[in-house]
Design a protein around this ligand. Structure first.
Ligand code: C2E
Ligand code: CA
Ligand code: CA
Length: 302
């Protein structure tokens, strides 16, 4: 439901309707929700249009780059890295992915951007691995639109061709939100990815809508415990019990568990006690440029 009010928001029916329509659009981002149009909304909308316009030329202008956040095993060794995109725009400055990815998702731009993300990450991580003579996981975030785009799998394989058909160290992160869309269409794609040898990780686990029975049918290798549980686990008994339960579910379904957003040693200790396998967060490292990642790994192994 979108709501606009006479006479505060507008005085004529056409504008009122168009404002309530904008509010409805915003409300539809969540299930069973409503949104009241406010003046603030107008500036948000303006920002969105600005970002949308800048996005289109940003790829050509080379404004995107990738950073990599280490993921650490229980024994302190490097499990892998998560590739995260960054955008420095000439007019808007740094815009975070949490802001621009949803806008890119609304247009089809995410499809082109995702191909850049995959190619650049593959190139960077291939370089790091050959420079250091080691192998580790590369986790790439998949967007929903990308997954349903034409030739998705063929494009993905093309963009990862440096790895020569050897995808066991490529982890594809999908979000739980994906399963609001119908599972029937997604399952064959996920099965195909598994057949090709990819690892699949369920991002933001515990925040979305996937039921446990859906989880059982999915070819998932890893559960990512959402940062919100990790944030609260030291102070909130429910968050603590939930992270323990998620880890148990993972173990029972033969999935690894990875905790994200780990910032404190006490969180690591508790998560280790709960038998979590892999850890990612500022406690270990912020997302790093390719060169800083090389230094991080060299430091870690020395
Ligand atoms: P996400 O996939 O859940 O990524 C984790 C986010 O948490 C990242 O923010 C990361 O920088 C941040 N983070 C990691 N450790 C900590 C910590 O200890 N404390 C705090 N406060 N934050 C931490 P980022 O890079 O801003 O990304 C936000 C979201 O944007 C991502 O959430 C993901 O949904 C999306 N995104 C980022 N890069 C990509 C990409 O390359 N492709 C797609 N499709 N989405 C992306
Ligand atoms: Ca992720
Ligand atoms: Ca996440």
């Amino acid at each position: 439901i979108g709501i606009s009010r006479f006479p505060v928001d507008a005085q004529d029916i056409t504008t009122l309707l168009s404002l309530s329509d904008m509010a409805m659009y915003e409300a539809k981002k969540q299930k069973n929700s409503f949104c009241i149009y406010a003046n603030k909304f107008r500036s948000l909308q303006r920002r969105k249009v600005e970002i949308d316009q800048e996005l289109y030329t940003a790829l050509k202008k080379n404004e995107f780059y990738m950073v990599y956040q280490p993921q650490i095993n229980r024994d302190g060794t490097l499990h892998g890295v998560e590739a995260l995109v960054r955008w420095n725009n000439e007019n808007l400055g740094n815009v975070g992915p949490a802001e621009f990815i949803p806008i890119a998702e609304e247009s089809n731009f995410i499809v082109a951007l995702s191909r850049f993300i995959t190619r650049q990450s593959a190139q960077d991580i291939y370089d790091v691995q050959t420079t250091l003579g080691i192998t580790f996981h590369l986790a790439i975030n998949l967007s929903i639109k990308q997954l349903f785009s034409q030739n998705f799998i063929q494009n993905l394989l093309d963009d990862l061709k440096l790895f020569k058909d050897n995808y066991e160290f490529i982890t594809l992160e999908i979000t739980e939100r994906l399963f609001i869309e119908d599972t029937e269409h997604i399952l064959p794609i996920l099965n195909l990815l598994t057949e090709k040898g990819f690892e699949l990780s369920l991002d933001d686990f515990g925040t979305g809508y996937s039921s446990l029975s859906v989880l059982r049918t999915l070819p998932i290798n890893e559960l990512k415990i959402d940062k919100s549980f990790v944030d609260d686990m030291l102070t909130d008994r429910d968050a603590c019990v939930l992270s323990e339960s998620i880890i148990k579910i993972g173990q029972n379904l033969s999935m690894k568990t990875l905790a994200e957003g780990v910032e404190l040693e006490a969180q690591v200790d508790l998560l280790k006690f709960q038998k979590c396998d892999i850890f990612q967060g500022y406690y270990y490292s912020k997302p790093l440029s390719k060169d800083d990642l090389i230094s991080f790994i060299l430091n870690q192994t020395s």
